[in-house]
Design a protein around this ligand. Structure first.
Ligand code: ZN
Ligand code: ZN
Length: 354
């Protein structure tokens, strides 16, 4: 199969032939149809963060495809099911976080495209319990960006407890931000889109933002304050200074939701303002399987629109450069060519045996 592989951190990915992996017990083999490119994949390939992945590895945690083979003991899925392979590839299922609905905080988690091979390939194996079914009303091209960009921004608004008629400022209207604008509207909020690119501001307006702020034309926080300030500011731009602007854009009682992960990851927060204004600072990391199921349900109900462009996997390095340069309208989704291969087993009945 074709796969895009990181052989050395900071070096271009190599698109090469690899053997199709075998699903182990509890795993499924998924034929990937669509695979979104997230900024995290770029951080992974460069080794930007304190916990680095170990090359060689295949990035990609917005994989959507069809189950082709079941490993021993799999009862959750059937051959032919369409599933999404998100960042949370595996969690222990037994710790306090897994039990109380915060599985994305599990200390024993495996991350797709980081600690285990991901979806920049024609096939991937996945833990059947953490592959999320994609409903019939959601096509794979939309499902892929929803699998990280969608669930991450939906969860960010959930943890901020956005109330109807509050104001949400979205800092960074790209792959994540264009969905954050829409989820903020789903929650009933007024929305301010903040970016430095005119096309992204136009995109925010097209998707229903009530106001836009051009951060390249001066102090973004002051501009948001002129509009009345934000009850919730969601930071999706991977730059520490944007977090500080977002903080300064808040009203009293405001919530700063930190989502982007800049490599130079320290922000400076005034304690006096935080205390006197009753500000909350919240970290939000992706979303659970249930959050993703909700994201798919909203999309199937026609409540969201995904903006993306399709590219062949062979363009992976140019695509990463385009994302870093801000040249991408919202999301890039890689198209994986179908391989003709002999089915390894007779059918679902035989597959399902323990
Ligand atoms: Zn992601
Ligand atoms: Zn756990």
């Amino acid at each position: 199969m074709q796969a895009a592989v990181v052989h050395a951190l900071g070096q271009p990915l190599v698109v090469e032939e690899r053997p199709i992996p075998d699903p182990g017990p509890g795993q499924v083999l998924v034929r990937i149809e669509a695979s979104g490119l997230c900024h995290t994949d770029i951080h992974a390939a460069r080794g930007d963060w304190p916990v680095r992945p170990t090359p060689p590895f295949v990035p990609g945690h917005e994989g959507v495809g069809v189950v082709e083979e079941l490993g021993a003991g799999v009862t959750e899925l059937r051959i032919g099911d369409r599933v999404a392979l998100p960042w949370l590839g595996h969690a222990c299922g037994a710790c306090r976080y897994c039990i109380d609905g915060r599985e994305t905080l599990c200390e024993h988690q495996q991350n797709t495209g980081y600690s285990v091979d991901g979806a920049f390939a024609q096939f991937a194996v996945a833990d059947a319990r953490y592959a999320v079914p994609v409903p019939a009303g959601v096509d794979p091209w939309d499902a892929a960006p929803l699998t990280c960009a969608g669930v991450t921004t939906y969860k960010a608004l959930k943890v901020a407890h956005v109330a109807p008629a509050e104001t949400v400022a979205v800092f960074g209207v790209g792959g994540l931000g264009h969905l954050a604008v829409q989820y903020a509207r789903v929650f009933g909020a007024q929305v301010i889109g903040v970016d430095v690119e005119p096309e992204k501001l136009q995109l925010a307006r097209d998707l229903g933002a009530d106001h836009t702020v051009d951060a390249s034309s001066g102090d973004a926080a002051a501009q948001v304050q002129e509009l009345g300030g934000a009850d919730v500011a969601v930071v999706l731009a991977a730059s520490a200074s944007v977090f500080e602007q977002a903080f300064a854009s808040l009203k009293r009682g405001g919530r700063l939701v930190c989502v982007a992960l800049p490599a130079d990851g320290t922000m400076s927060i005034p304690i006096f303002d935080t205390v006197l204004k009753g500000i909350s600072i919240i970290g939000s990391i992706v979303g659970t399987r249930q959050d993703l199921a909700e994201v798919f349900a909203l999309h199937a109900a026609g409540r969201t629109r995904v903006v993306s462009v399709r590219r062949p996997l062979g363009d992976v390095n140019e695509s990463m450069a385009d994302v870093l340069a801000g040249r991408v309208p919202a999301r890039i989704v890689f198209e994986l060519p179908t391989i003709d291969r002999e089915p390894l087993v007779a059918g679902p009945a035989e597959q399902a045996r323990p």
